[in-house]
Design a protein around this ligand. Sequence first.
Ligand code: NAD
Length: 257
Amino acid sequence: MSLAGKTAVITGSNSGIGLGVAWELARAGADVVLNSFTDRDEDHALAEEISKETGTKARYIKADMSKGDECRALIEQAGACDILVNNAGIQHVAPIPEFPVEKWDAIIAINLSSAFHTTAAALPMMRSAGWGRVVNIASAHGLTASPYKSAYIAAKHGVVGLTKTTALETAEEPITANAICPGYVLTPLVEAQIPDTMKEYDMSREDVIKNVMLKRQPSKEFATVEQMGGTCVFLCSDAAAQITGTTISVDGGWTAL
Ligand code: NAD
């Protein structure tokens, strides 16, 4: 399946899953717009590298996904948005009574409200193009819960709900909306936690990965950013044209438990 001629906007894509998704969409032929809230040379260099390697057009646009007007401006500045991947996200861990209000507000804004704003700005573009795909990166925590992650879990369940509503509002059009629910994915963020956890539990790297990080992931293997990208490419394919309003778990069996 070639995505040549399509433009994909991926929020929060200067690292981790978002960057992996951008690479796979570009490898499938789409022009991609990378995004984060910074405006560094290395952010723009990521887009240049994708263009050079894949021969597609890649750009980096700075926009802060905690601000509704910047979410909408990102889509406007992109100029086209056939594929929207809502991926930007942050995490904070604390029991509810101690959960800092500013962290709650930031997580709801970045992980949930940003997807509402970008979707609102992108749907008219998809409608005039006569084709569109919304892919929301939710989480296994969009379907199940864990203690101490109240804001993240509320936001990710909200993303799944928003996905279903987006699908129903576009059901009779050639537009689909789905959520990918990853389990633990080996991103630089996760990799960076391994040495500290090894020290904390006095465990080997292998034991930390198997018995601490992947305790709830039956496959005992991390999912990869390439697998997230590949799932996105599938959701953009003709084979997925009747898949809408649903979630696809890429979680090594987590939600089967
Ligand atoms: P990451 O920290 O590598 O990526 C997060 C991205 O969001 C970064 O590019 C960051 O710059 C961006 N971002 C953060 N705040 C932003 C803001 N205000 N405006 C714009 N961009 C902002 O982490 P990741 O693991 O790649 O996570 C990506 C998404 O996948 C998140 O929504 C996360 O909840 C979800 N997810 C990750 C895992 C995992 O195990 N890594 C599992 C399930 C779901």
